[in-house]
Every structure is written in structure tokens, then in C-alpha cells.
Ligand binder design. Structure first.
Ligand code: SF4
Length: 290
């Protein structure tokens, strides 16, 4: 979307804000809040955006820091976030007295299913991703005891002759290409499930294209959001003035001096209402520059 004041043209990325999986999870959470007025929890923050977490609290939905906290709370419903959880944890939770609401992104579910399928068909599962990420930890639990997690810079460890690959949904496709060209030297048979979700790649590409055409880039989203930070790093690596903000209150008039075009992008966990407030504030500032 493009908006203009007399001095500033503001372009908001089409892909700014919630991806499919996050929107689905947030919709599920707000629907449950209408049905069950209290005792609804999410296992960890449902998304990495402090403003959305606060809004959910006003609707009676609170994040649990740790699964052990279920002993200390009156839980009526527990929501699993988009990253998913391990199959062991899933089994533990389903045996509890409260309702379990699974908001795992369907693309992450696919990666879990493929990992299980590969294991059942006798493949050693290799996951391309970050072993410390909750999504990867969840996928690992479906992949069997001989699972190996690698990232694009890991030296390929000793593998069995028959290997199956699944990928953390947010990995770049270049990392998968690199892994495949490396792994082929080490094994006789490779089966690949490309479980990359292209939402992240498309958002990065759109942001890079936009950053090359504007004077200032505003990246909106939680500072604890990995994909928002990734967008900010990308813009910072390009010759454009870049500012990462969580809310419109952080915008400063001085950032827009002599700027003719301003680009706005936002991470997958940034809601539309925050993006609209940022647009409005920049328009106000643009007016004041006149
Ligand atoms: S980035 Fe893709 S895989 Fe991750 S939650 Fe969004 S839609 Fe699902």
C-alpha cells in the first residue's frame, strides 16, 4: 500500500505482518477467549510480540513460562503455539484434565509428519535447522533416536546409507541446496521433503527490493522476534537508513529529514493494528516536516 503526504511517500510491504500460521493461531486464541472467559493459557508466548501478548492478557489468555507451571494454575484450556511441541510433551498434556487446543502451524505439522514417516520407513532423519529452536526440538521428537540436526555450516557427521531430510520451515532454500550438495558425497540414498515455508523468503525478498528504492526503512515488530530481527539485519546491510521499532511511539521526526520515500516492513508476528498506527504516525510526522 502506498500513501503520500506533500513531502513523504510511504510504502508498506504487502507481506508486512502476520503470516498464515500466526494469524490462524491468534484467531484460535481469541475465539477460545470468547468461549472460555478464564483459565486459558498458551504454552510459552504464542508469538514474539509484547503488544499482542498484552492484548491477549486483557482477553484472559496468559502465557505459561514452563510446562511445570500447569501444576500451579487452574487451567481450563491450553493452547499450543505455531512452533509445535514434542510428541512426548503432547502425550503428557493430552492426559491432563484441561482442554488442549493445538495451534501448531499446519506447515510445521507437515515437517513433523514427514520426519515420522521417514523414521518409520527406515531412514535416518537429518533436520536442517537450528537445534535450539522449539520447532526443531518438536520435529526431532518424531524423527527417531538417530536423528541429526545440521545447519548450513555444520560439517556433515557420519551418517547411515539411507538418509531422509526435513527442513525447519524458516530456513532459506540456499541452505537446503548447500546441504544436499554436501550430503550426497556421504550417503547412498537421500529422500528430501522440502518443508520450507516460503512466507519468510518472500517477505525477505520484498523487503530487500523495497529497501533499495526508499530513503528510510522502518522495520516493525518485537525485538525478541527472530524473523523481525532478520528483516532489520537485512535492511541494515543495504545502503538505507533503517530503524527497528516495536510501536509508533518510538518514531522520531529526525529520522525522516530529507526523506522522500519511506518503506515499512514488519515481521510475521506484528499485527496489522500496530502497522496502521506506524503509518499514521509517519504521515503526521511528514506533515510536520512541511
Ligand atoms: S512462517 Fe510459515 S511455517 Fe511459520 S508459522 Fe508462518 S506460515 Fe507457518
Amino acid at each position: 500500500m502506498t500513501r503520500k503526504t506533500a513531502q513523504v511517500e510511504i510504502i508498506t510491504a504487502k507481506r508486512a505482518g502476520f503470516c498464515f500460521g500466526v494469524k490462524r493461531a491468534i484467531d484460535i486464541a481469541f475465539d477460545i477467549a470468547k468461549e472460555i472467559p478464564e483459565g486459558v493459557y498458551t504454552l510459552g508466548p504464542i508469538i514474539h510480540n509484547p503488544q499482542v501478548i498484552e492484548k491477549l492478557k486483557t482477553e484472559g489468555i496468559f502465557p505459561l513460562e514452563d510446562i511445570s507451571d500447569i501444576r500451579n494454575k487452574e487451567i481450563k484450556a491450553l493452547i499450543i503455539r505455531t512452533h509445535g511441541i514434542s510428541c512426548h510433551l503432547y502425550d503428557t498434556i493430552t492426559s491432563q484434565r484441561f482442554r488442549l487446543i493445538d495451534a501448531t502451524c499446519p506447515f510445521v505439522k507437515n515437517a513433523q509428519r514427514y520426519a515420522q514417516l521417514l523414521k518409520e520407513n527406515g531412514y535416518q532423519v537429518v533436520i536442517l535447522g537450528d537445534s535450539s529452536h522449539p520447532e526443531v526440538k518438536g520435529i526431532m521428537s518424531y524423527a527417531g533416536e538417530d536423528v541429526v540436526v545440521v545447519d548450513e555450516n555444520t560439517r556433515i557427521p557420519r551418517l547411515k546409507t539411507k538418509v531422509g531430510i526435513v527442513v525447519q520451515t524458516t530456513q532459506p532454500v540456499e541452505a537446503l541446496k548447500k546441504l544436499l550438495s554436501n550430503i550426497i558425497e556421504h550417503v547412498k540414498e537421500v529422500k528430501v521433503y522440502n518443508t520450507i515455508c516460503n512466507s519468510t523468503a518472500l517477505r525477505l525478498k520484498e523487503t530487500a527490493d523495497m529497501a533499495r528504492k526508499v530513503d528510510v526503512m522502518i522495520v516493525v515488530g518485537g525485538r525478541n522476534s527472530a524473523n523481525t530481527t532478520q528483516l532489520a539485519h537485512l535492511c541494515t546491510s543495504l545502503p538505507v537508513r533503517t530503524y527497528h521499532i516495536e510501536t509508533e511511539g518510538e518514531l522520531r521526526k529526525a529520522w525522516f529529514v530529507n526523506a522522500r520515500k519511506v518503506g515499512i516492513t514488519a515481521g510475521a508476528s506484528t499485527p496489522d493494528w500496530i502497522i496502521r498506527k506506524v503509518e499514521k504516525r509517519i504521515i503526521d510526522i511528514g506533515g510536520e516536516i512541511l
